[in-house]
Design a protein around this ligand. Structure first.
Ligand code: ADP
Length: 816
């Protein structure tokens, strides 16, 4: 009976993959399968019993030996056998010396009599490990996600490593976590977190890790030690160093950048700890992520800083800078552009008050020249850098621009650097004009010097001839009769020389602004008559007809009569000079409102249109042969204009061209009509050239270091009947004064050693010089000079060359 079901049951049990057994209601093992028996034989494991053994007793025995899973199993089994539960399941470890094993224990009640239970032990190690792994992986992934998430929100690389240290230490349950930087042969703890140990800080030698580890680190591998004290890879000193830092076990993920070992990220434990592979994997993956996050932060910070720098640079450079996007019309043709960026300097150049970002070129500029659009097309579309300098009609300025392609090829963008070169262009223009003017002035000066030499030679030749003839005539008794003719020639030529030199002096005075007008109430007609009179010789020499057309009403105003006479005489002389003989000259004057208008007209050679604007320039002379023959210096009109300007008037030249005659019109401002000048102006004193009365026995000392000048003055004085003593320096003058107690002393101011001023001061200090009249003789006649001589005790101030009448006057005054 028993054999049938037995073998049936046994066969059934053997078909099960697990270790299976059937027990009866009292716990007696009725039947086990092969797997059960085999496992029991190999492991002599607790929880297994053979057929005929009391399974419950086996369990109790295991409980007694400290197996807490056996207690659980017994409780479960008893409740199944008692019928209070249908089935019971539990998992338990059943490790062998070689491997970790996990089992499940199932007990299922057998309802058919006599009852009992089906027991199954299944080896689920694979499943359990797979599940554990999965769980662990999930947990790790969750942690890594959380870590990445936390780090993403941080901007500073330091914050990132610090936060990562805290999170990782917590996750692994390590005592500490740290980020270590490798610099050269040293490691430096940068950021660290310590849960239950002192924080890692300071630095140490990389050599501490031992050669094997260092090499692994350099290869970018993970390094770890479960117990540094026992780790055979460390030497004794290295172990001590670990002890010094308080690390007994550690895991480190090395950080490699550009093939270089630059740092490590790891956790450690103050006690030995067996790190699991999952933990090592976690540190490795976390290390990689932290490193990536820190790199990202560093890069972002770098970019932020470089953007800030770029922005600051962009905003602060004093050259205009803008970024344009080309607006394309027909293919390859730019019809407008849009501003993407523009710095303040650019806004300044284009005169835009507010930002122009987003605005179009055509909104900003009334006209955009084709050349600018073409340059934008070259840079933005054809990706070719170009520079262009041109005039912007819209801005009315010169702009120099450099266009650079930027952005991706299809972006149609270009950066433009613009500078305003208007000032430079203006400066260049002025420079060109100035150079032209200088050239012209230089040419005129050369011409002037040549003319001057010629003009000076003209009178010198007849003078030299006359002197030569004089000697001949004097040697011959009959020659004396011919002397007056010679002397007339000499005097005329010398007068001409003096006039030339006077004109030259005048230029220098006007240019230095030292010319002084002696203004007084004057009447225009009398000035014009005087000028006409002065010009009579020139008009007569040309055989011209002369018409003087003066107003009925007197025109009175305040002016320097001598200077104005000079101006009009000059114009009349020119008219006579530049009119072929037998011409006619008209001098006309009238009042026009609050102006006196004087015109000097001739029907002479005229002035060409290109010469007309230049006739008043210094040394300006017309080039035509008709003008040339007159050999002027080109000073007269310049002087005339300067003197008229000093009277607040103007002078204009008119001519219809060469051969058409000329007209010069002078306009002088008049006081308002009602403001009548009180008195009739005195007539201008005619120039008196009569020799002075003889002043007999007048003792005169003459001192001048120019011997010729001194001697000839001595002769003149003798001629006037005075008794001159001629000396050539100040000291000799003092001696002469002591000796002669003269009536008059004439001193040249510019004497070497002791000049005229000092000599005068010393003479005044002498008893013989106290009352003597002292006269200065000098080339300088301005008020300033006159004041100086007056202060030095001079009584008179004569300007060289002193005319005969001035000398006569001086002698008369000294005689009084
Ligand atoms: P100068 O007569 O000594 O050359 P000016 O300054 O008086 O110098 O005149 C400048 C130039 O103007 C003259 O060289 C001459 O070419 C021209 N000019 C002046 N006056 C007349 C005139 N009345 N008719 C024609 N040309 C004149």
């Amino acid at each position: 009976m028993r054999a049938e079901p037995d073998s049936f049951i046994r066969g059934m049990l053997n078909a099960l993959p697990e270790h299976a057994a059937i027990i009866d209601g009292a716990g007696m093992v009725l039947c086990v399968n092969e797997a059960w028996r085999e496992f029991a034989r190999r492991n002599a494991a607790a929880g297994f019993a053979d057929e005929g053994e009391d399974y419950l007793a086996v369990c109790r025995k295991a409980i007694r030996s400290g197996d807490r899973y056996a207690r659980q199993a017994l409780d479960g089994l008893e409740s199944v056998l008692a019928g209070s539960t249908e089935a019971f399941t539990m998992a338990y470890p059943c490790h062998s010396a070689k491997e970790e094993r996990w089992f499940t224990f199932h007990a299922t009640r057998i309802d058919a009599p006599p009852g009992g239970a089906l027991l199954r032990h299944a080896n689920v190690t694979h499943r359990k490990l797979a599940e554990d792994n999965l769980r662990e992986r999930e947990a790790r992934q969750a942690f890594l996600l959380e870590l990445t998430d936390a780090l993403r929100r941080l901007e500073e690389p330091r914050e990132i490593t610090q936060t990562a240290c805290e999170m990782l230490a917590r996750q692994i349950g390590a005592d500490r976590a740290a980020y270590v930087q490798i610099s050269g042969e040293e490691f430096v703890f940068r950021e660290s977190h310590a849960k239950s140990a002192t924080r890692l800080q300071g630095r140490g030698p990389v050599a501490l890790l031992g050669r094997t580890m260092i090499e692994a680190c350099r290869r970018g591998e993970m390094v770890w030690s479960d117990d540094c004290d026992l780790d055979p890879r460390f030497s004794q000193p290295e172990r001590e160093a670990f002890r010094h830092f308080g690390a007994r076990a550690f895991i480190g993920a090395t950080l490699i950048r550009n093939g270089e070992w630059v740092g490590a990220f790891g956790v450690d434990s103050i006690a030995p700890r067996k790190w699991t592979e999952a933990e090592r994997e976690l540190v490795r993956e976390a290390g990689a992520r932290i490193w990536a996050a820190a790199e990202r932060a560093r890069a972002e910070r770098g970019q932020r800083e470089s953007e800030e720098k770029y922005r600051a640079l962009f905003e602060s450079i004093d050259e205009g800078y803008c970024i344009l996007e080309a607006i394309v019309g027909e293919p390859g043709h730019v019809q407008d552009f849009c501003f993407i960026e523009a710095n303040p300097a650019y806004l300044g150049i284009v005169g835009a008050g507010a930002s122009i970002v987003g605005r179009r070129g055509c909104e900003l500029f009334s006209i955009i020249e084709e050349e600018w659009l073409e340059a934008v097309a070259d840079a933005a579309l054809r990706r070719k850098p170009v520079s262009y300098e041109g005039w912007s009609k819209a801005l009315q300025r010169w702009l120099d621009a450099f266009f650079m392609p930027i952005g991706a090829p299809g972006a149609a963008l270009c950066a433009v650097r613009v500078s305003d070169t208007t000032e430079r262009h203006r400066a260049e223009e002025t420079q060109r004009e100035n150079a032209q003017k200088l050239l012209e002035a230089d040419r005129r000066k050369d011409e002037f010097l040549a003319t001057l030499a010629h003009e000076l030679r003209n009178p010198l030749a007849p003078i030299r001839n006359a002197v030569y003839l004089q000697e001949r005539y004097l040697a011959d008794a009959s020659g004396a009769a011919r002397l007056p003719g010679l002397l007339k020639i000499m005097r005329r030529q010398i007068d001409h020389l003096v006039r030339l030199v006077d004109d030259l002096l005048e230029i220098s005075r006007i240019n230095r602004g030292v010319i002084e007008l002696r203004k007084e109430p004057v009447e225009l007609a009398s000035i014009l008559r005087q000028a006409a009179e002065t010009s009579v010789p020139a008009v007569e020499a040309g055989g011209h007809g002369f018409t003087l057309d003066l107003p009925q009403e007197p025109i009175r105003f305040v002016a320097d009569p001598v200077r104005l006479t000079q101006v009009f005489a000059n114009l009349i002389n020119n008219a006579a000079k530049y009119t072929p003989s037998g011409g006619s000259i008209t001098l006309r004057a009238c009042r026009e409102g609050e102006e006196a208008v004087v015109s000097v007209r001739d029907d002479g050679v005229g002035i060409s249109a290109d010469m007309l604007p230049r006739v008043f320039d210094l040394f300006a002379r017309a080039d035509s042969p008709r003008h040339r023959t007159q050999g002027g210096l080109g000073i007269g009109l310049w002087l005339a204009r300067s003197l008229v300007a000093q009277h607040d008037g103007t002078v204009e030249a008119h001519s219809a061209g060469e051969g058409a005659g000329s007209e010069f019109i002078v306009r002088l401002p008049l006081p308002p009509a009602q403001e009548q000048l009180p008195e009739e102006p005195p007539p201008i004193a005619p120039v008196v050239l009569a020799p002075p009365a003889r002043t007999a026995e007048l003792r005169v000392v003459v001192a001048d270091d120019n011997r010729d000048a001194a001697d000839s003055l001595g002769l003149m004085l003798k001629e006037f009947g005075a008794v001159p003593r001629v000396v050539y320096d100040g000291r000799a003058a003092l001696e002469a004064v002591k000796e002669l107690s003269p009536h008059l002393v004439i001193l040249d101011l510019g004497m070497k050693e002791m000049d005229g001023i000092e000599t005068a001061l010393r003479i005044r200090a002498l008893p013989q010089g106290e009352k003597t009249m002292i006269a200065a003789l000098t080339g300088w006649g301005q008020a300033e000079q006159r004041q100086r001589t007056q202060e030095a005790g001079f009584d008179r101030h004569l300007v060289k060359p002193a005319g005969i009448d001035a000398l006569g006057q001086l002698l008369r005054e000294a005689a009084e």
